[in-house]
Design a protein around this ligand. Structure first.
Ligand code: NAD
Length: 263
């Protein structure tokens, strides 16, 4: 028995990082179907073949979707109708733009782009998941939204638009969790620490000083791995977390609990 046996699952930002590791784990745990959605068609094709290499009997579908466009998100969620409707929706797609800066330096267009993907994308995904769960008369569903530790603690290396967007995800998810609780639809946040995924690592590059600025704050002395986030998402997606709702699941090696870190 897999932990997700029979569940119809959708993962946005599914072509890379946390999303792909989660898709692989969902497939390993017996999901009826894993729908990987991403804005990048090429990355999706690679992701699908990697997943099938690791889990050859998985049922996996790819769906090109820009989560900031509601019609595309609606089409994505409705693609699950063929399998009986979505049970698990992981709204994970997000960007951290290189031109995101502090209050003075952040261009307005970068602010808008970031909110459109990171906040509206999560709203659209949550909205259409609820509509689908209702349409298929489901009495339970799990929606997991990716926020970040920067929604919880301040950072002197600013990315103001990104931080504001993740704070919005945190608050939105909390409210959705309460509004839909009696319908059996659970909403939880995932709050990852800085990770070893392209989103951050490409941006840090080989700038040792920029890396050190962050690494001194990690109690465990390292960046997190995408698979470590995926394991948390699996728990939130499965019925094992049936009484976990409105939770901010922080997976950060203790970073947000630290004052002085070990030498
Ligand atoms: P990643 O860049 O490896 O993956 C993000 C995926 O989202 C990519 O495949 C990208 O193509 C896709 N994407 C971007 N814009 C999209 C859009 N408009 N529509 C659909 N897909 C789109 O990054 P990751 O680290 O796996 O990030 C996943 C989530 O985790 C993001 O929401 C990110 O903000 C969050 N997060 C990451 C870190 C970190 O350090 N990497 C820390 C905290 C939170």
């Amino acid at each position: 028995m897999g932990r997700l046996d029979g569940k119809v699952t959708i993962v946005t930002g599914g072509a890379g990082g946390i999303g792909l590791e989660t898709g692989i784990l969902f497939a390993k745990e017996g999901a009826k179907v894993v729908i990987l959605a991403d804005i990048s068609k090429e990355a999706l094709a690679k992701a699908k073949s990697k997943l099938l290499q690791l889990v050859p009997d998985a049922k996996v579908e790819e769906f090109v979707c820009d989560v900031s466009k509601e019609t595309q998100v609606q089409a994505l969620v409705e693609s699950a109708d063929a399998h009986g409707g979505v049970d698990v929706m992981f709204n994970n797609a997000g960007i951290m733009h290189a031109r995101d800066d502090d209050a003075i330096g952040t261009p307005e267009e970068i602010w808008d782009l970031t909110q459109n993907i990171n906040v509206k994308g999560v709203w659209f995904g949550s909205k259409h998941a609820v509509l689908s769960l209702r349409k298929h008369m489901k009495t339970k569903g799990s929606i997991i939204n990716t926020a970040s530790v920067v929604a919880l603690v301040g950072s002197a290396t600013p990315q103001l638009a990104y931080t504001a967007s993740k704070g919005a995800v945190l608050a939105m998810t909390r409210e959705l969790a309460i509004v839909h609780a009696r319908e059996g639809f659970r909403f939880n946040n995932l709050c990852p620490a800085p990770l070893n995924t392209p989103l951050l690592q490409d941006w840090l590059g080989d700038d040792v000083a920029k890396r050190h600025r962050r690494e001194i704050h990690f109690p465990m002395g390292r960046f997190g791995e995408a698979i470590e986030q995926a394991q948390a998402v699996l728990f939130l997606a499965s019925d094992e977390s049936s009484f976990v709702n409105g939770h901010d699941f922080v997976v950060d090696g203790g970073m947000t609990k630290a004052y002085v870190t070990p030498e």
